[in-house]
Design a protein around this ligand. Structure first.
Ligand SMILES: NC(=O)C1=CN([C@@H]2O[C@H](COP(=O)(O)OP(=O)(O)OC[C@H]3O[C@@H](n4cnc5c(N)ncnc54)[C@H](O)[C@@H]3O)[C@@H](O)[C@H]2O)C=CC1
Ligand SMILES: O=C(O)C(=O)COP(=O)(O)O
Length: 320
């Protein structure tokens, strides 16, 4: 099929403008339609039933939606995680899927370090103390020196590797890593249970898949030291959130810094909202003005490649 007259539908909103996409796709004669579906997969069928390519952020694209997009041959994820797309269905039906793995590595790794320092130094509590007119009661707060303590990571690819490079200079002694492929230099391979038992800070950097869902469950939270801090900038579904909130409330864990949640926005009734020493951010680790520019340009270039039959630079296949 010629790319001329192709229809490209953006099914998620959230960016200020789509100038990069238009500039990259217009020379192909492709039409760009921006039709935010607000996470509603049914709406995707309404707006993209005749699309040749789809640009998606977090709106779920299960098989039941994809089977009603008969012309679609390319899906590009504005971002890294492809846990919202049925990759097996796409692969079986000749739909190419790509992500943009390298737009926000700096941002997410920096955000993880920011969460770590804010939780460890209890910055929000100190800030509240000053505003409330309390001064000088820090010695009642459990704060420990970082130097010589153990950092543990579950997953250490692009973001985890960058996180280690930024966090290690804080003085961590050993860095334990559980991952499926090559480990960053100077780190020690370790099973997850050992990381839970030994690490003083644990940061999650694995994708959400069938094998990583609930990887931090009640049992593993129970292995952690009461002084341990847990950081999650990957995906909420990696953690049993109810068990985490209970562990924090019972003082069985020192603190947590969370950017991602099993359900987003975080529901009003989530016990995490009341958990002590738990800093919550709104899935914003990826963002900087520079990152979003890179993201939109790279995603549109991948759509162009997909429509013109050039090989994709970052194809995503099932089972990653
Ligand atoms: N909060 C945010 O704004 C953002 C969150 N993310 C999340 O961060 C995740 C990680 O991103 P990258 O570092 O770019 O991914 P990556 O693919 O470069 O690294 C993934 C790491 O996880 C390991 N891994 C994968 N499956 C595993 C398994 N089953 N068991 C053990 N280890 C496994 C790999 O060996 C690798 O070390 C993404 O999948 C995404 O969910 C990504 C961007 C923004
Ligand atoms: O790139 C990713 O995987 C992200 O998590 C970025 O955030 P988003 O999903 O676009 O809100």
């Amino acid at each position: 099929m010629s790319e001329h007259g192709a229809k490209v539908v953006v099914v998620d909103g959230g960016y200020d403008h789509y100038d990069a996409e238009r500039a990259i796709l217009a020379p192909l004669g492709a039409e760009l339609v921006v039709a935010p579906c607000e996470g509603d997969s049914e709406r995707v069928v309404d707006v993209a039933h005749d699309a040749d390519a789809v640009l998606v952020r977090e709106t779920p694209l299960p098989a039941s939606t994809l089977e009603r997009l008969p012309r679609c041959r390319v899906i590009v994820r504005y971002g890294v995680g492809t846990d919202n797309i049925d990759l097996a269905y796409a692969a079986d039906h000749g739909i190419q899927v790509a992500n943009v793995p390298d737009y926000g590595v700096e941002e997410v790794s920096e955000h993880a370090v920011a969460l770590l320092l804010a939780v460890k130094r209890r910055l929000f509590e100190r800030d509240a103390a000053v505003r409330e007119g309390r001064w000088g009661d820090v010695a009642k707060t459990p704060i420990h020196r970082t130097r010589g303590t153990v950092l543990g990571l579950i997953g250490a690819g692009r973001i985890g590797g960058a996180f280690i490079a930024k966090a290690r200079p804080l003085g961590f002694g050993r860095v334990l890593v559980h991952a499926r492929d090559r480990l960053p230099e100077g780190t020690e391979p370790a099973e997850i249970d050992r990381i839970c038992r030994e690490a003083d800070v644990i940061s999650l950097h694995v994708p959400l898949t069938d094998s990583t869902r609930n990887i931090i469950d009640e049992r593993r939270l129970g292995l952690m030291k009461p002084t341990t801090i847990l950081i999650n900038t990957a995906r909420g579904g990696l953690i049993d959130e109810t068990a985490l909130a209970e562990a924090l409330a019972a003082g069985r864990l020192r603190g947590a810094g969370l950017d991602v949640f099993a359900e987003e926005p975080l529901p009003a009734g989530s016990p995490l909202r009341k958990a002590p020493n738990c800093i919550l951010t709104d899935h914003s680790a990826w963002f900087s003005e520079e990152a979003v520019q890179d993201l939109q340009r790279k995603a549109a270039e991948e759509v162009r490649r997909g429509l013109t039959g050039e090989p994709l630079v970052n194809p995503v296949r099932p089972g990653r």
